[in-house]
Design a protein around this ligand. Structure first.
Ligand code: NAP
Length: 319
């Protein structure tokens, strides 16, 4: 197996392992963690999380001080018809990583989701609110959290929401693709959450990793546990789509620029529809709002507002 590694002379012997290196968060992590040590970033081809023995062996062989698990089965609707595979990747594999890390005294940083909640709460969810996943994906992600915690491994579990980037599979790129094809976009207006840029998640993760590495030996309990990590503010899917189109219209100089982040949009308006008008195999929570207060207190991380972050992400892709 050929490993993608970033050697760092400044931190001899310190290794960080990233799984899911071609995903939205994983791709950004390979860049934001680079200054901290030798980064081993593995794609699905290099480490398949469905192979639990390979997961355990890789954690052992790399001897990583920190493992950041950015790999996941994220196809929310498809998970309804592939529950066993989703369970293996989202629940069993993270627990197996954690069990190996206990033996070598490492820390697992892992991502979870707003979909562990049923969305019935009024106001933002806090970490110890009762869970109630509405589908297989959310259920398997919840089991992943519980499996990690049960091993006693030092861990930071970050529940995030509505992740997007200018690469990878996500809502932003779907909106732009559809807007070049259709006269209007019909988007759900009664589910609320915080779109969160994968780069910001990766940057916050690096800040957390720095703090973990500064505490060798006995882990500081305040800096371990389950946290929410999303952009500030809130919108609906329809609001998110409108903002994407607004930024695109502002930033793209068409027809001079072509390609995915270039060319003219056909759709000029977003029509709000209800969840009932857009049935999907997996139900989604109406309220995906997560409070960031705990991570702010523990790590001093203040997550920026989603609207400004979207603008920066679009600027990255366009100019
Ligand atoms: N996306 C969201 O809206 C969202 C929302 C809340 C929480 N999260 C959580 O945030 C974390 C990062 O998500 P993301 O948005 O970066 O997801 P993503 O872009 O879908 O990336 C997931 C990565 O996992 C890889 N993967 C899938 N099955 C695998 C397997 N069997 N073995 C190894 N790798 C496998 C995928 O590989 P391929 O590239 O080969 O497909 C992909 O690179 C995940 O834990 C996710 O549950 C995401």
């Amino acid at each position: 197996m050929t490993l993608r590694t970033t050697p760092t002379p400044g931190a001899p012997g310190l290794r960080l392992l990233i799984t899911g290196a071609n995903g939205q968060v994983g791709w950004n992590l390979e860049r934001t963690l680079a200054p901290l040590g030798e980064v081993i970033a593995l794609t699905r081809d290099q480490l398949d999380l469905a192979d639990l023995d390979a997961v355990a062996q890789t954690v052992r062989d790399t001897g990583a001080k920190i493992v950041v698990n950015a790999a996941a089965y994220t196809a929310v609707d498809k998970a309804e018809s592939e529950p066993d595979l989703a369970h293996a990747i989202n629940a069993l594999a993270p627990a197996r990583m954690a069990a190996e890390l206990v033996k070598i005294g490492g820390t697992l940083i892992h991502y979870s989701t707003d979909y562990v909640f049923d969305g019935a709460k009024t106001g933002a969810y806090v970490e110890d609110d009762p869970t109630g996943p509405l589908g297989v994906y959310g259920g398997t992600k919840l089991e992943g959290e519980q499996g990690i915690i049960a091993t006693g491994c030092a861990h930071v579990i970050l529940r995030t929401s509505w992740v997007y980037d200018v690469r990878g599979k996500n809502f932003l790129r779907t909106v732009l693709r559809l807007a070049k094809d259709r006269d209007e976009l019909r988007m759900v207006g009664d589910q609320f959450g915080a779109p969160t840029w994968a780069r910001t998640i990766a940057e916050a993760t690096a800040a957390i990793a720095v703090q973990i590495l500064r505490q060798p030996g006995e882990p500081d309990c305040a800096a371990r546990g389950l946290f929410h990590l999303t952009s500030s503010g809130q919108t609906s899917w329809a609001g998110f789509a409108k903002a994407i189109l607004e930024d695109y219209e502002d930033l793209v100089d068409w027809p001079a620029e072509t390609g995915e982040f270039g060319g003219e949009l056909k759709a000029r308006r977003v029509v709000e529809i209800t969840t009932d008008e857009y049935p999907t195999p997996a139900k989604r929570p109406r309220n995906s709002m997560l409070s960031n207060s705990k991570i702010q207190a523990a790590f001093g991380i203040t997550m920026p507002e989603w609207r400004g972050q979207l603008r920066l992400a679009m600027q990255d892709a366009i100019r």
